[in-house]
Design a protein around this ligand. Sequence first.
Ligand code: ADP
Length: 478
Amino acid sequence: MIRDYSHYINGEWVAAANGTTFATVDPATEEVIGLVARGTAVDINEAVTAARAAFEGVWWQTKPKERARLLFDLARAIEAAADTLAELETRDSGKPLPLSKKEVLSTARYFEFYAGAADKFYGDSIPLGPDYVDFTLREPMGVTAHIVPWNMPLNMVGRSVAPALAMGNTAVVKPAEQTPLTALKLAELMEQVGLPAGVYNVVTGFGQEAGAPLAEHPDIDSITFTGSVPTGRRIMQAAAKHIKPVVLELGGKSPHIIFADADLETAVVEASKGIFANCGQICSAGSRLVIDGRVKEAFLDKLIQRAQQIRVGPGLESPDMGPLVSREQYERVLNYIRVGQNEGAQLLTGGGRPDHLERGYFVAPTLFDNVSPQATIAQEEIFGPVLSVLTFHDEEEALAIANGVQYGLVAGIFTNDLNRALRLATRIRAGQIYVNEYFAGGEETPFGGYKQSGFGREKGIDALYNYTQVKNVAIRLR
Ligand code: ADP
Protein backbone atom coordinates (compact mmCIF):
# COMPACT_ATOMS: atom_id res chain seq x y z
CA MET A 1 0.00 0.00 0.00
CA ILE A 2 1.41 3.38 -1.01
CA ARG A 3 0.58 6.16 1.43
CA ASP A 4 0.82 9.93 1.01
CA TYR A 5 2.84 11.97 3.50
CA SER A 6 2.70 15.73 4.07
CA HIS A 7 4.96 18.26 5.73
CA TYR A 8 4.19 19.07 9.36
CA ILE A 9 4.17 22.83 9.79
CA ASN A 10 2.67 24.82 12.65
CA GLY A 11 0.73 21.82 13.89
CA GLU A 12 -0.86 21.17 10.47
CA TRP A 13 -0.29 18.48 7.85
CA VAL A 14 0.27 20.34 4.59
CA ALA A 15 1.17 19.39 1.04
CA ALA A 16 4.17 20.99 -0.68
CA ALA A 17 3.34 24.52 -1.82
CA ASN A 18 3.96 23.48 -5.42
CA GLY A 19 1.94 20.26 -4.97
CA THR A 20 4.76 17.88 -5.89
CA THR A 21 5.84 14.65 -4.19
CA PHE A 22 8.66 12.13 -4.36
CA ALA A 23 8.79 8.39 -3.70
CA THR A 24 10.35 6.68 -0.73
CA VAL A 25 11.42 3.10 -1.34
CA ASP A 26 11.71 -0.06 0.79
CA PRO A 27 15.35 -1.05 0.20
CA ALA A 28 14.64 -4.75 0.85
CA THR A 29 12.03 -5.00 -1.94
CA GLU A 30 12.89 -1.94 -4.08
CA GLU A 31 9.17 -1.08 -3.97
CA VAL A 32 7.71 2.38 -3.40
CA ILE A 33 6.10 2.60 0.05
CA GLY A 34 5.18 6.28 0.22
CA LEU A 35 4.74 9.50 -1.73
CA VAL A 36 6.18 12.33 0.27
CA ALA A 37 5.77 16.11 -0.03
CA ARG A 38 8.67 17.52 -2.04
CA GLY A 39 9.58 20.68 -0.15
CA THR A 40 11.15 23.82 -1.54
CA ALA A 41 12.15 27.24 -0.22
CA VAL A 42 8.48 28.27 0.07
CA ASP A 43 7.70 25.43 2.49
CA ILE A 44 10.90 26.03 4.42
CA ASN A 45 9.95 29.67 4.82
CA GLU A 46 6.51 28.68 6.17
CA ALA A 47 8.13 26.34 8.67
CA VAL A 48 10.72 28.86 9.84
CA THR A 49 8.01 31.52 10.25
CA ALA A 50 5.91 29.12 12.33
CA ALA A 51 8.90 28.11 14.42
CA ARG A 52 9.78 31.77 15.03
CA ALA A 53 6.25 32.61 16.18
CA ALA A 54 6.11 29.55 18.45
CA PHE A 55 9.49 30.41 19.91
CA GLU A 56 8.69 34.06 20.67
CA GLY A 57 5.07 33.57 21.65
CA VAL A 58 4.90 30.23 23.41
CA TRP A 59 7.84 27.96 23.93
CA TRP A 60 10.37 30.37 25.39
CA GLN A 61 7.64 31.60 27.73
CA THR A 62 6.91 28.08 28.92
CA LYS A 63 8.49 27.34 32.30
CA PRO A 64 11.44 24.94 32.05
CA LYS A 65 9.71 22.50 34.38
CA GLU A 66 6.65 22.50 32.07
CA ARG A 67 8.84 21.89 29.05
CA ALA A 68 10.45 19.05 30.99
CA ARG A 69 7.07 17.46 31.72
CA LEU A 70 6.00 17.57 28.09
CA LEU A 71 9.28 16.04 26.97
CA PHE A 72 9.06 13.29 29.61
CA ASP A 73 5.55 12.56 28.33
CA LEU A 74 6.93 12.44 24.82
CA ALA A 75 9.59 9.92 25.89
CA ARG A 76 6.86 7.69 27.31
CA ALA A 77 4.75 8.11 24.16
CA ILE A 78 7.71 7.09 21.97
CA GLU A 79 8.20 3.98 24.12
CA ALA A 80 4.51 3.13 23.86
CA ALA A 81 4.65 3.48 20.06
CA ALA A 82 8.03 1.75 19.76
CA ASP A 83 6.82 -1.22 17.74
CA THR A 84 4.97 0.94 15.21
CA LEU A 85 7.90 3.34 14.87
CA ALA A 86 10.38 0.48 14.54
CA GLU A 87 8.41 -1.19 11.78
CA LEU A 88 8.11 2.07 9.88
CA GLU A 89 11.84 2.70 10.28
CA THR A 90 12.65 -0.78 9.02
CA ARG A 91 10.43 -0.41 5.95
CA ASP A 92 11.93 2.95 5.10
CA SER A 93 15.61 2.32 5.88
CA GLY A 94 16.01 -1.46 5.65
CA LYS A 95 17.55 -1.94 9.06
CA PRO A 96 16.76 -5.10 11.04
CA LEU A 97 13.67 -4.75 13.20
CA PRO A 98 15.47 -5.31 16.53
CA LEU A 99 17.95 -2.56 15.63
CA SER A 100 15.13 -0.19 14.69
CA LYS A 101 13.51 -0.90 18.04
CA LYS A 102 16.77 -0.22 19.86
CA GLU A 103 17.16 3.11 18.06
CA VAL A 104 13.55 4.07 18.83
CA LEU A 105 14.08 3.36 22.53
CA SER A 106 17.28 5.36 22.42
CA THR A 107 15.28 8.22 20.88
CA ALA A 108 12.92 8.06 23.87
CA ARG A 109 15.97 8.10 26.10
CA TYR A 110 17.23 11.34 24.45
CA PHE A 111 13.95 13.04 25.28
CA GLU A 112 14.07 11.67 28.81
CA PHE A 113 17.69 12.69 29.37
CA TYR A 114 17.20 16.23 28.08
CA ALA A 115 13.81 16.61 29.77
CA GLY A 116 15.75 16.05 32.98
CA ALA A 117 18.18 18.80 32.02
CA ALA A 118 15.54 21.38 31.05
CA ASP A 119 15.40 22.96 34.53
CA LYS A 120 18.98 22.19 35.58
CA PHE A 121 21.30 23.91 33.12
CA TYR A 122 22.43 26.88 35.20
CA GLY A 123 24.33 30.06 34.54
CA ASP A 124 27.24 31.26 36.69
CA SER A 125 27.84 34.10 39.08
CA ILE A 126 31.18 35.76 38.61
CA PRO A 127 33.12 37.44 41.45
CA LEU A 128 34.02 41.06 40.59
CA GLY A 129 34.36 42.33 44.18
CA PRO A 130 31.84 43.96 46.51
CA ASP A 131 30.78 46.75 44.10
CA TYR A 132 29.35 44.43 41.46
CA VAL A 133 26.93 41.63 40.95
CA ASP A 134 27.63 39.69 37.80
CA PHE A 135 25.89 36.65 36.44
CA THR A 136 25.28 34.77 33.22
CA LEU A 137 21.98 33.74 31.68
CA ARG A 138 21.74 30.74 29.40
CA GLU A 139 19.21 31.72 26.79
CA PRO A 140 17.86 29.56 23.98
CA MET A 141 19.18 30.27 20.47
CA GLY A 142 15.68 30.59 18.97
CA VAL A 143 14.81 28.69 15.79
CA THR A 144 17.10 25.70 15.31
CA ALA A 145 17.53 23.92 11.98
CA HIS A 146 18.22 20.17 11.88
CA ILE A 147 19.39 18.54 8.68
CA VAL A 148 19.32 14.83 9.25
CA PRO A 149 20.91 11.83 7.49
CA TRP A 150 19.38 8.49 6.54
CA ASN A 151 21.45 6.03 8.57
CA MET A 152 19.64 6.46 11.91
CA PRO A 153 16.67 8.56 10.81
CA LEU A 154 14.54 8.90 13.94
CA ASN A 155 17.39 8.58 16.40
CA MET A 156 19.28 11.51 14.86
CA VAL A 157 16.16 13.65 15.04
CA GLY A 158 15.84 12.87 18.74
CA ARG A 159 19.53 13.40 19.36
CA SER A 160 19.48 17.04 18.32
CA VAL A 161 15.82 18.05 18.67
CA ALA A 162 15.55 16.86 22.29
CA PRO A 163 18.27 19.16 23.69
CA ALA A 164 17.06 22.00 21.46
CA LEU A 165 13.48 21.83 22.70
CA ALA A 166 14.56 21.25 26.31
CA MET A 167 16.48 24.52 26.27
CA GLY A 168 13.46 26.43 24.92
CA ASN A 169 14.23 26.49 21.20
CA THR A 170 11.86 25.53 18.43
CA ALA A 171 12.90 23.28 15.55
CA VAL A 172 12.64 22.87 11.80
CA VAL A 173 13.70 19.40 10.70
CA LYS A 174 14.65 18.34 7.18
CA PRO A 175 14.89 14.54 7.18
CA ALA A 176 16.91 12.71 4.54
CA GLU A 177 14.98 12.08 1.32
CA GLN A 178 15.68 8.33 1.60
CA THR A 179 14.07 8.01 5.06
CA PRO A 180 11.53 10.74 5.87
CA LEU A 181 8.77 8.70 7.54
CA THR A 182 9.66 8.39 11.23
CA ALA A 183 10.39 12.12 11.68
CA LEU A 184 6.80 12.68 10.51
CA LYS A 185 5.42 9.97 12.79
CA LEU A 186 7.19 11.67 15.70
CA ALA A 187 5.10 14.78 14.98
CA GLU A 188 1.94 12.77 15.70
CA LEU A 189 3.31 11.85 19.11
CA MET A 190 4.29 15.47 19.81
CA GLU A 191 0.70 16.44 19.04
CA GLN A 192 -0.64 13.64 21.22
CA VAL A 193 1.28 14.80 24.32
CA GLY A 194 0.31 18.43 23.74
CA LEU A 195 3.42 20.11 22.41
CA PRO A 196 2.33 23.55 21.15
CA ALA A 197 1.96 24.02 17.39
CA GLY A 198 5.08 25.34 15.69
CA VAL A 199 7.56 23.96 18.22
CA TYR A 200 8.48 21.01 15.99
CA ASN A 201 8.15 21.31 12.21
CA VAL A 202 9.14 18.86 9.50
CA VAL A 203 9.73 19.76 5.86
CA THR A 204 10.52 16.73 3.69
CA GLY A 205 12.42 16.90 0.43
CA PHE A 206 15.82 16.80 -1.22
CA GLY A 207 19.08 18.37 -0.09
CA GLN A 208 19.39 21.02 -2.78
CA GLU A 209 15.69 21.88 -2.86
CA ALA A 210 14.75 21.86 0.85
CA GLY A 211 17.99 21.47 2.83
CA ALA A 212 19.85 24.32 1.17
CA PRO A 213 17.08 26.95 1.65
CA LEU A 214 16.88 25.93 5.31
CA ALA A 215 20.64 26.27 5.83
CA GLU A 216 20.69 29.73 4.27
CA HIS A 217 17.45 31.04 5.73
CA PRO A 218 18.08 34.41 7.41
CA ASP A 219 15.70 33.75 10.30
CA ILE A 220 17.14 30.54 11.73
CA ASP A 221 19.54 30.81 14.69
CA SER A 222 21.59 27.63 14.41
CA ILE A 223 22.14 24.58 12.21
CA THR A 224 22.85 21.03 13.27
CA PHE A 225 23.99 18.83 10.44
CA THR A 226 25.02 15.20 10.28
CA GLY A 227 26.14 13.81 6.93
CA SER A 228 28.99 13.76 4.44
CA VAL A 229 32.00 16.07 4.30
CA PRO A 230 31.08 17.70 0.94
CA THR A 231 27.55 18.47 2.14
CA GLY A 232 28.94 19.69 5.48
CA ARG A 233 31.14 22.12 3.57
CA ARG A 234 28.11 23.44 1.65
CA ILE A 235 26.13 23.83 4.86
CA MET A 236 28.97 25.80 6.41
CA GLN A 237 29.11 28.07 3.37
CA ALA A 238 25.34 28.58 3.50
CA ALA A 239 25.54 29.33 7.23
CA ALA A 240 28.24 31.91 6.60
CA LYS A 241 25.81 33.98 4.56
CA HIS A 242 23.94 35.14 7.66
CA ILE A 243 26.62 34.22 10.25
CA LYS A 244 24.78 31.25 11.76
CA PRO A 245 26.52 28.81 14.09
CA VAL A 246 26.82 25.22 12.90
CA VAL A 247 27.40 21.87 14.50
CA LEU A 248 28.81 19.44 11.96
CA GLU A 249 29.01 15.71 12.54
CA LEU A 250 30.62 14.38 9.40
CA GLY A 251 32.23 11.15 8.35
CA GLY A 252 34.71 8.79 9.90
CA LYS A 253 37.25 6.12 9.05
CA SER A 254 37.63 4.91 12.57
CA PRO A 255 40.40 2.52 13.61
CA HIS A 256 39.76 -0.53 15.69
CA ILE A 257 43.16 -1.36 17.19
CA ILE A 258 43.73 -4.90 18.44
CA PHE A 259 46.84 -5.68 20.50
CA ALA A 260 48.17 -9.21 20.99
CA ASP A 261 47.41 -9.13 24.72
CA ALA A 262 43.69 -8.37 24.20
CA ASP A 263 40.91 -10.80 24.95
CA LEU A 264 40.72 -11.92 21.34
CA GLU A 265 37.41 -13.77 21.59
CA THR A 266 35.71 -10.54 22.71
CA ALA A 267 37.66 -8.47 20.20
CA VAL A 268 36.39 -10.61 17.30
CA VAL A 269 32.78 -10.07 18.39
CA GLU A 270 33.36 -6.33 18.81
CA ALA A 271 35.20 -5.95 15.51
CA SER A 272 32.32 -7.66 13.73
CA LYS A 273 29.74 -5.48 15.46
CA GLY A 274 31.81 -2.35 14.80
CA ILE A 275 31.62 -2.76 11.02
CA PHE A 276 28.54 -4.89 10.31
CA ALA A 277 26.01 -3.23 12.65
CA ASN A 278 23.50 -1.31 10.53
CA CYS A 279 25.27 -2.70 7.46
CA GLY A 280 28.24 -0.45 8.16
CA GLN A 281 26.14 2.68 7.72
CA ILE A 282 27.29 4.35 10.93
CA CYS A 283 29.62 7.37 10.97
CA SER A 284 31.51 5.84 13.89
CA ALA A 285 31.79 2.35 12.33
CA GLY A 286 35.11 0.65 13.02
CA SER A 287 35.98 0.44 9.35
CA ARG A 288 39.75 -0.08 9.71
CA LEU A 289 40.93 -3.09 11.68
CA VAL A 290 44.44 -2.21 12.84
CA ILE A 291 45.95 -5.40 14.21
CA ASP A 292 49.17 -6.71 15.70
CA GLY A 293 50.84 -8.92 13.05
CA ARG A 294 51.53 -11.62 15.64
CA VAL A 295 47.86 -12.44 16.16
CA LYS A 296 46.47 -11.44 12.80
CA GLU A 297 46.10 -14.88 11.16
CA ALA A 298 44.33 -16.48 14.10
CA PHE A 299 42.12 -13.41 14.57
CA LEU A 300 41.12 -13.23 10.92
CA ASP A 301 40.23 -16.92 10.83
CA LYS A 302 37.71 -16.31 13.57
CA LEU A 303 36.47 -13.05 12.07
CA ILE A 304 35.92 -14.61 8.64
CA GLN A 305 33.95 -17.40 10.26
CA ARG A 306 31.83 -14.91 12.14
CA ALA A 307 31.24 -12.73 9.07
CA GLN A 308 30.07 -15.76 7.12
CA GLN A 309 27.58 -16.64 9.85
CA ILE A 310 25.88 -13.26 9.71
CA ARG A 311 22.32 -13.72 8.46
CA VAL A 312 21.60 -11.14 5.76
CA GLY A 313 17.99 -10.48 4.74
CA PRO A 314 14.99 -8.15 4.78
CA GLY A 315 14.84 -6.08 7.97
CA LEU A 316 11.31 -7.22 8.78
CA GLU A 317 12.59 -10.79 9.17
CA SER A 318 14.92 -9.62 11.97
CA PRO A 319 18.17 -10.76 10.35
CA ASP A 320 21.61 -9.82 11.69
CA MET A 321 22.12 -7.43 8.79
CA GLY A 322 19.67 -5.77 6.38
CA PRO A 323 20.18 -4.09 3.00
CA LEU A 324 21.90 -0.80 2.31
CA VAL A 325 19.54 2.16 2.29
CA SER A 326 19.30 2.91 -1.43
CA ARG A 327 20.39 1.91 -4.91
CA GLU A 328 22.83 4.81 -4.94
CA GLN A 329 24.49 3.57 -1.74
CA TYR A 330 24.53 0.00 -3.06
CA GLU A 331 26.36 1.09 -6.22
CA ARG A 332 28.76 3.18 -4.18
CA VAL A 333 29.71 0.31 -1.89
CA LEU A 334 30.15 -2.13 -4.81
CA ASN A 335 32.35 0.43 -6.49
CA TYR A 336 34.59 0.68 -3.42
CA ILE A 337 34.87 -3.12 -3.38
CA ARG A 338 36.08 -3.02 -7.01
CA VAL A 339 38.56 -0.26 -6.17
CA GLY A 340 39.88 -2.31 -3.22
CA GLN A 341 40.52 -5.28 -5.50
CA ASN A 342 42.06 -3.14 -8.24
CA GLU A 343 44.45 -1.56 -5.75
CA GLY A 344 45.68 -5.01 -4.70
CA ALA A 345 43.92 -5.69 -1.40
CA GLN A 346 43.07 -9.33 -0.74
CA LEU A 347 39.37 -10.12 -0.55
CA LEU A 348 38.84 -12.64 2.26
CA THR A 349 35.07 -12.99 2.20
CA GLY A 350 31.97 -11.25 0.81
CA GLY A 351 32.45 -8.80 -2.03
CA GLY A 352 28.92 -8.53 -3.41
CA ARG A 353 25.32 -9.59 -3.18
CA PRO A 354 24.69 -12.76 -1.15
CA ASP A 355 23.56 -15.60 -3.43
CA HIS A 356 20.22 -16.21 -1.73
CA LEU A 357 18.92 -12.64 -2.27
CA GLU A 358 17.78 -11.73 -5.76
CA ARG A 359 16.60 -8.20 -5.19
CA GLY A 360 17.07 -5.48 -2.64
CA TYR A 361 20.26 -3.54 -1.91
CA PHE A 362 22.09 -6.34 -0.10
CA VAL A 363 25.85 -6.69 0.23
CA ALA A 364 27.47 -9.57 2.12
CA PRO A 365 29.84 -8.83 5.02
CA THR A 366 33.13 -8.09 3.30
CA LEU A 367 36.70 -8.32 4.60
CA PHE A 368 39.86 -7.10 2.89
CA ASP A 369 43.34 -8.04 4.11
CA ASN A 370 46.69 -6.54 3.15
CA VAL A 371 45.28 -3.06 2.77
CA SER A 372 48.01 -0.44 2.62
CA PRO A 373 47.41 2.61 4.86
CA GLN A 374 47.30 4.84 1.77
CA ALA A 375 44.83 2.70 -0.21
CA THR A 376 41.49 4.25 -1.11
CA ILE A 377 39.60 1.73 1.04
CA ALA A 378 41.83 2.64 4.01
CA GLN A 379 41.30 6.37 3.55
CA GLU A 380 37.75 6.99 2.34
CA GLU A 381 34.51 6.39 4.16
CA ILE A 382 32.62 3.57 2.44
CA PHE A 383 29.52 3.49 4.65
CA GLY A 384 28.90 -0.16 3.99
CA PRO A 385 29.79 -3.59 5.44
CA VAL A 386 33.40 -3.49 4.26
CA LEU A 387 36.31 -3.84 6.67
CA SER A 388 39.90 -3.00 5.72
CA VAL A 389 42.58 -4.86 7.66
CA LEU A 390 45.91 -3.10 8.30
CA THR A 391 48.84 -4.66 10.16
CA PHE A 392 51.18 -3.06 12.72
CA HIS A 393 54.30 -4.26 14.51
CA ASP A 394 54.54 -1.88 17.47
CA GLU A 395 52.51 0.74 19.31
CA GLU A 396 54.01 3.70 17.43
CA GLU A 397 53.07 2.19 14.11
CA ALA A 398 49.55 1.48 15.36
CA LEU A 399 49.23 5.11 16.43
CA ALA A 400 50.55 6.42 13.11
CA ILE A 401 48.05 4.29 11.18
CA ALA A 402 45.20 5.31 13.49
CA ASN A 403 45.91 9.01 13.02
CA GLY A 404 46.83 8.75 9.34
CA VAL A 405 43.47 9.75 7.85
CA GLN A 406 41.59 13.01 7.36
CA TYR A 407 38.93 11.90 9.86
CA GLY A 408 38.94 11.73 13.66
CA LEU A 409 35.56 10.60 14.92
CA VAL A 410 36.16 7.62 17.22
CA ALA A 411 38.74 4.88 17.86
CA GLY A 412 38.54 1.47 19.51
CA ILE A 413 41.47 0.04 21.51
CA PHE A 414 41.62 -3.59 22.59
CA THR A 415 44.29 -4.45 25.16
CA ASN A 416 44.57 -5.65 28.72
CA ASP A 417 47.39 -3.17 29.39
CA LEU A 418 45.70 -0.13 30.90
CA ASN A 419 48.81 2.05 30.54
CA ARG A 420 48.93 1.34 26.84
CA ALA A 421 45.22 2.00 26.46
CA LEU A 422 45.51 5.37 28.18
CA ARG A 423 48.71 6.32 26.34
CA LEU A 424 46.93 5.77 23.06
CA ALA A 425 43.67 7.33 24.23
CA THR A 426 45.54 10.58 24.86
CA ARG A 427 47.45 10.49 21.55
CA ILE A 428 44.74 9.44 19.11
CA ARG A 429 43.11 12.45 17.50
CA ALA A 430 39.44 11.51 17.74
CA GLY A 431 36.40 12.71 19.66
CA GLN A 432 35.65 9.44 21.42
CA ILE A 433 37.83 6.49 22.43
CA TYR A 434 36.38 3.06 23.20
CA VAL A 435 38.48 0.68 25.27
CA ASN A 436 37.58 -3.02 25.18
CA GLU A 437 34.05 -2.42 23.90
CA TYR A 438 33.20 -0.86 20.57
CA PHE A 439 30.33 1.70 20.61
CA ALA A 440 30.64 1.91 24.42
CA GLY A 441 28.91 4.97 25.89
CA GLY A 442 25.34 6.14 25.44
CA GLU A 443 23.02 9.10 25.18
CA GLU A 444 24.94 10.59 28.15
CA THR A 445 28.37 10.68 26.49
CA PRO A 446 29.50 13.55 24.24
CA PHE A 447 30.07 12.64 20.62
CA GLY A 448 31.67 14.49 17.73
CA GLY A 449 34.72 14.81 15.59
CA TYR A 450 38.28 15.98 15.38
CA LYS A 451 39.71 17.04 12.02
CA GLN A 452 37.33 16.62 9.05
CA SER A 453 34.89 14.59 11.12
CA GLY A 454 33.48 17.97 12.08
CA PHE A 455 33.15 20.03 15.24
CA GLY A 456 30.76 20.64 18.07
CA ARG A 457 29.54 17.89 20.35
CA GLU A 458 26.20 16.14 20.38
CA LYS A 459 24.78 13.91 23.11
CA GLY A 460 25.33 14.34 26.83
CA ILE A 461 25.35 17.66 28.64
CA ASP A 462 27.79 19.04 26.06
CA ALA A 463 25.00 19.23 23.47
CA LEU A 464 23.19 21.83 25.57
CA TYR A 465 25.89 24.34 24.70
CA ASN A 466 24.81 24.10 21.03
CA TYR A 467 21.29 25.18 21.86
CA THR A 468 21.95 27.99 24.32
CA GLN A 469 23.83 31.24 24.20
CA VAL A 470 25.36 32.99 27.15
CA LYS A 471 24.39 36.48 28.18
CA ASN A 472 26.40 38.20 30.87
CA VAL A 473 24.72 40.75 33.11
CA ALA A 474 27.15 43.07 34.95
CA ILE A 475 25.64 45.29 37.64
CA ARG A 476 27.40 48.15 39.43
CA LEU A 477 26.03 48.62 42.94
CA ARG A 478 25.67 52.29 44.00
P1 ADP B 1 24.39 11.37 1.30
O1 ADP B 1 25.21 11.95 0.19
O2 ADP B 1 24.97 10.13 1.82
O3 ADP B 1 22.92 11.24 1.00
P2 ADP B 1 24.38 13.94 2.60
O4 ADP B 1 25.40 14.38 3.57
O5 ADP B 1 24.40 14.58 1.28
O6 ADP B 1 24.51 12.37 2.51
O7 ADP B 1 22.91 14.08 3.22
C1 ADP B 1 22.60 14.32 4.55
C2 ADP B 1 21.45 15.29 4.65
O8 ADP B 1 21.83 16.53 4.06
C3 ADP B 1 20.18 14.85 3.92
O9 ADP B 1 19.06 15.29 4.67
C4 ADP B 1 20.27 15.65 2.60
O10 ADP B 1 19.03 15.87 1.99
C5 ADP B 1 20.87 16.94 3.09
N1 ADP B 1 21.56 17.74 2.05
C6 ADP B 1 22.19 17.30 0.95
N2 ADP B 1 22.70 18.32 0.24
C7 ADP B 1 22.38 19.46 0.91
C8 ADP B 1 22.62 20.86 0.71
N3 ADP B 1 23.30 21.31 -0.34
N4 ADP B 1 22.14 21.74 1.62
C9 ADP B 1 21.47 21.29 2.71
N5 ADP B 1 21.20 20.00 2.95
C10 ADP B 1 21.64 19.09 2.07
